[in-house]
Design a protein around this ligand. Structure first.
Ligand SMILES: [Zn+2]
Length: 238
C-alpha cells in the first residue's frame, strides 16, 4: 500500500520551468471544477503559464533580448519581473490595474507602426469583442520581424461566440476552439502553434480536468470528453 502510494507520488513529480521547483504540483479548484497537477507550489505557475514560459524561452533563445522591446498586455504577476529583466524595453498595459505603464484598449493601440519587437497577451482575446481589430492593431505596432504570443483558452473544436459578455467567465465574449488559430492566420503572415506535446512531460503542461460538466453559468461552453487536455501557444509573426 505504502509502496503503491510512493510510486504514485513519484510518478506525479514535476519540474517547474519558471522557478526550478521539483516535486508535486497542487490541485486547483476554480469555478469550473478541480484541476489536477495544476499549480507550482513554489511560484504559483499554472499549466498554461509554464507552457508560455517554455515557448518564450525557445523562441527567444538566440536573440539579444536586451536590444529588444516588449509590449505586455494584461500582464500576469508571475511574468512581470522576469520579462522586465529580460527585455531592454518592457512596457505593460491594461484597462485596469494600478501598476500598468499604460491603459488602453487593444482595438486602439496608441503607438505608431513598428514600435515593438514582441507582444504578449495571455487569455485576453476571448475578452475582446472585435478581436480581429485587436489582432490587426497588434500586427501594426510590431516591427518587421516582430512576433506576438497570443494564447487563448481552447475548448473543443469550434469557436463559440457569445451574444453578450459572460460575467461568470470574467466577461469573456467567446469560447475559442481549435479553429480560432485561423483568425490569427488571417491577420499575421505566419503563425506557429506550440502545444503541450512540444515539451517534456516533466513540466506538466496539460489540463487535467473534467470538461463534460461545466457550471450552469457557462452554458455555451462545449462539453469535451477525456480528462487530459492539450494547451496551445500561437506565435504570430508580423
Ligand atoms: Zn514554479
Amino acid at each position: 500500500m505504502l509502496l503503491q502510494w510512493l510510486r504514485t507520488l513519484w510518478g506525479h513529480r514535476f519540474l517547474c520551468p519558471v522557478c526550478g521547483y521539483s516535486g508535486v504540483f497542487h490541485m486547483v479548484s476554480p469555478s469550473t471544477g478541480r484541476r489536477e497537477h495544476a499549480r507550482c507550489p513554489a511560484c504559483g505557475a499554472l499549466e498554461r503559464q509554464r507552457l508560455q514560459y517554455l515557448v518564450m524561452e525557445e523562441v527567444l533563445k538566440d536573440m539579444d533580448t536586451r536590444q529588444m522591446s516588449m509590449l505586455h498586455a494584461v500582464p500576469e504577476k508571475i511574468f512581470i519581473d522576469k520579462l522586465r529583466a529580460t527585455f531592454g524595453h518592457y512596457v505593460t498595459t491594461g484597462v485596469s490595474g494600478k501598476s500598468m505603464d499604460f491603459r488602453f484598449d487593444l482595438t486602439s493601440i496608441p503607438f505608431t507602426e513598428a514600435t515593438f519587437d514582441v507582444f504578449f497577451a495571455s487569455h485576453v482575446l476571448e475578452n475582446v469583442a472585435n478581436d480581429l481589430l485587436a489582432m490587426r492593431e497588434v500586427q501594426r505596432v510590431l516591427k518587421p520581424g516582430g512576433f506576438a504570443f497570443l494564447p487563448v483558452p481552447v475548448i473543443g473544436v469550434k469557436t463559440i461566440e457569445y451574444l453578450e459578455p459572460n460575467a461568470q467567465e470574467e466577461g469573456n465574449v467567446r469560447c475559442p476552439g481549435e479553429d480560432y488559430f485561423e483568425r490569427l492566420r488571417s491577420v499575421f503572415s505566419k503563425v506557429k502553434i506550440y502545444t503541450s506535446d512540444h515539451f517534456l512531460q516533466k513540466y506538466q503542461l496539460y489540463c487535467y480536468e473534467d470538461r463534460t460538466h461545466w457550471p450552469e453559468t457557462m452554458p455555451l461552453r462545449p462539453k469535451v470528453t477525456g480528462l487530459k487536455h492539450m494547451d496551445y501557444v500561437p506565435v504570430c509573426f508580423k
